[in-house]
Write a protein that binds this ligand. Structure first.
Ligand code: URA
Length: 210
């Protein structure tokens, strides 16, 4: 019987490494999003990274460049990591969904949230990344990643920065997505939200004693 949802599971190579996974994921057609995105945007960072950040899906800049968190949200994440004293070389960044989902608005490509079937289809890539990198800490950025990795009961707005018991890693938590900080209505709220984000990252650094 044909499965209702196609997933990337059959594509995961035996004895995977990040480089092998990235190479195979480049050809992934497990869901329809490969037709929409320019290319697969796989996770990036050392295979020995201590911390894994998981976002939702690549944005416009990431889609064009083929690398995660290289656009405005990535810039904010880099600055916050720096402020929190977290060495970027110990960090692996990736996304729940590896293709950019968008809809046209005039000449612009507007981000569209991935649905459950797309998340399920892509999930084997994220699970393989976690198995290979074996990070000590996994930080979900925003609700999509939190729901996928922690569960639907975790409310980022209420529980951000709180560690949860998880088989995935020693420390697992979620905080806001840097894109949401960039959408803050005023400079003052953006400044405050950035500071709260840095405080969440500091808490993680402290837990890891790095
Ligand atoms: N937003 C994400 O969730 N991931 C990226 O890689 C960029 C923006």
């Amino acid at each position: 019987m044909r499965a209702e949802v196609e997933t990337a599971a059959p594509l995961i190579p035996p004895r995977p490494t990040i480089n092998k996974l990235r190479a195979v994921a480049a050809e992934c057609k497990a869901c329809h999003l490969w037709k929409l995105g320019t290319q697969t945007v796989f996770g990036e960072g050392r295979q020995t990274s201590t911390i894994m950040f998981v976002g939702e899906q690549p944005g416009n800049s990431e889609d064009l460049e083929g690398r995660p968190f290289v656009g405005p949200a990535g810039g904010l994440l880099d600055r916050a990591l720096d402020e929190a004293g977290i060495d970027r070389s110990r960090v692996y960044v990736t996304n729940v969904v590896k293709h950019f989902k968008w809809e046209p608005r005039g000449k612009r490509r507007i981000h569209k949230k991935p649905n459950g079937a797309e998340i399920t289809a892509c999930r084997p890539w994220l699970e393989a990344e976690i198995r290979v990198v074996k990070p000590r800490a996994i930080i979900c950025l925003g609700a999509t990643a939190a729901q996928a990795l922690i569960g639907p009961k975790f409310k980022v707005s209420l529980q951000r920065g709180r560690f949860v018991e998880s088989p995935l890693a020693e420390f697992v938590t979620a905080t806001v997505h840097p894109s949401s900080i960039l959408r803050a209505p005023t400079d003052e709220t953006r400044r405050m939200e950035t500071q709260e984000f840095i405080d969440d990252l500091r808490k993680i650094a402290k837990a890891l004693a790095i």
